[in-house]
Ligand binder design. Structure first.
Ligand code: ATP
Ligand code: MG
Length: 523
């Protein structure tokens, strides 16, 4: 044993000196043989996961996933840890420091992870003789060769999946908005969207709406997010479309933030009017990540999407027309309804991860049925005026109260008056530190009563106007009948006179004839 050790020591010592004189083919042959020998002595398999791939150009997602996974097991066992601060991560990720090792067990099989770093010298571009040192990091997974299949086929997948999930949980979520195409750079897809951290505080708890309806929506969303395997099984892309419709201020945009917070998704707020044409829209949609919510707000106003789908020729003609029009009125977008439909369908066939698309509108009846049919917009959610259930949520949020003497009055008034949750929330919000819940509730009751009075007066005025209109119409009808009767009477009178004159004339002619006969006889 000592002999082998001594020979090995000698090889290690003289190898670097002679390496440069030995041809490359021989060194690689010797390396292969040496690895084989080591394999006989140590029956362990090693898999290396480098930090950078594609010749050092791209950071490996697998490396990050493994680091996240190892952070969960190394925090307890490893002495030297490294605190990683990532631009996309909200919380601190503790990973093991360089040259540390940690053990993991999977289905009773022990595996070993080590973090390695190798320094490499690179020549600077200017070739001024100066060289820089780069560090190449990697994780190495080692395990006994007997478990090769189980580890490679199952354990590695498990680690990557878990690590990715941890990364998604820790990431800082983003709100993306699309840039106008002038800002796009052909070599950087990232410029299509600008992002800021997404920190909207809305949740389903703070969302004021009917309780059953809310629960149904939450259930639907949770079901969707858990059903990756189900969607694969039935051969459907893992996506869902939600249409939110209702009057202004009823919480459509708030609901979008609540969905994003519930599912921990990023939000892509797509402003269609700044999208130049259909092909640009397609690129934008394909450039979204998984676990994201793609939102098109006020879809009825965004573009002229309310008309019926046109055939290709009509569409070409329309595009030409639009081009002329856009030069005239400065409007940028030439996105058409069928372009939008195709882009959405294309997105679903190309996307891998889970995605949700949401449209909001104040006027659902104006939209083309093709745009909102089930399959595109799977779940239609009506956001309505504030009723008692919704009010109770707002009162809890804004005033931290569960009941009040005026609750019965408020319930009755909210059934009679259509007031948006946005308005109710504004009235309930204390305007100063001195304003207690009583004052805010009284203000709401007063406002609702005033509104009711206004509505009553308006209805009265409307009724009066209606009655006046009716009287005028009746008078006009009466006048018309009278005029018609007068006309008929006049005509009858005229006819009578004419007939009498005719008779008179006839009588006159008879007398003249008799007179002529008498005078002729006399002669
Ligand atoms: N259902 C609701 N629950 C809680 N708060 C609400 C609700 N609806 C409205 N609000 C409050 O009113 C504000 C405006 O609501 P929001 O922007 O969600 O309305 P909207 O339906 O999107 O309106 P619009 O049709 O004009 O876009 C929100 O910031 C929120 O504070
Ligand atoms: Mg809105």
């Amino acid at each position: 044993m000592l002999g082998i050790g001594a020979i090995w020591g000698l090889i290690v010592l003289i190898w670097p000196m002679y390496k440069q004189f030995i041809p490359h083919q021989i060194t690689s042959y010797l390396a292969k043989k040496a690895n084989k020998m080591i394999g006989w002595i140590f029956p362990y398999v090693h898999i290396k996961f480098p930090e950078y791939i594609e010749e050092g150009l791209k950071r490996s997602e697998r490396y990050d996933a493994i680091r996240n996974y190892l952070s969960t097991i190394s925090a307890a066992d490893v002495k030297r840890l490294k605190a990683n601060e990532s631009k996309n991560s909200e919380s601190l990720v503790l990973s093991m420091d360089d040259h540390e090792e940690v053990e993991d067990t999977f289905n009773g099989v022990k595996v070993n992870w080590s973090s390695n770093v190798k320094e490499i010298q690179t020549q600077t571009q200017s070739d001024s003789g100066r060289s820089t040192t780069d560090e190449q990091r990697s994780f190495t997974l080692s395990f006994h060769g007997d478990h090769r299949n189980a580890i490679i086929n199952t354990y590695v997948d498990h680690v990557l999946k878990e690590g990715k999930a941890i990364g998604l949980r820790n990431r800082e979520r983003k709100l993306y908005t699309n840039n106008s195409s002038q800002e796009w750079q052909p070599w950087r897809a990232a410029r299509r969207w600008s992002s800021i951290p997404f920190h909207h505080p809305a949740t389903f708890d703070t969302l004021a709406m009917d309780r059953d309806k809310k629960e149904r929506i939450i259930k639907d969303l949770e079901m969707f997010s858990k059903r990756e395997d189900y969607y694969r099984q039935v051969g459907k892309p893992w996506k869902r479309g939600y249409l939110l419709y209702g009057p202004p201020g009823t919480g459509k945009s708030t609901m979008i933030s609540a969905i994003a917070n519930l599912l921990e998704y990023d939000v892509y707020d797509l402003e269609l009017t700044t999208v130049k044409d259909n092909s640009e829209l397609k690129k934008l949609l394909l450039d979204t990540t998984s676990k994201s919510l793609i939102v098109i707000e006020d879809i009825d106003c965004s573009l002229d999407l309310t008309g019926h789908r046109k055939n290709k020729k009509e569409e070409d003609e329309e595009e030409e027309g639009d081009e002329k029009k856009s030069k005239g009125d400065g409007r940028q977008s030439k996105v058409t309804l069928s372009g939008l439909l195709n882009s959405i369908d294309g997105l679903w066939s190309a996307c891998s991860g889970e995605k949700i698309i949401v449209f909001t509108t104040n006027f659902v009846d104006k939209l083309d049925p093709a745009l909102i049919r089930r399959g595109r917009m799977d779940y239609h959610i009506e956001m309505s005026y504030c009723r008692f259930e919704a009010f109770k949520v707002l009162a809890r949020n804004y005033l931290e109260i569960e009941s009040h003497d005026f609750y019965e009055d408020i319930e009755r008034l909210l059934e009679e008056i259509n007031m948006s949750p946005a308005d109710v929330a504004e009235i309930l919000m204390p305007k100063s530190d001195e304003e207690v819940a009583d004052i805010c509730i009284e203000r709401l009751v007063k406002t609702l009563e005033e509104e009711k009075e206004k509505v009553r007066k308006l209805a009265e005025e409307e009724e009066e106007k209606e009655a006046e209109k009716k009287t005028k119409a009746e008078e006009a009808e009466k006048r018309k009948t009278e005029e018609e009767e007068n006309k008929r009477a006049e005509e009858a009178e005229k006819k009578k006179t004419e007939e009498e004159e005719k008779k008179k004339a006839k009588r006159g002619r008879t007398v003249t004839f008799l007179q002529k006969m008498v005078s002729a006889k006399k002669k």
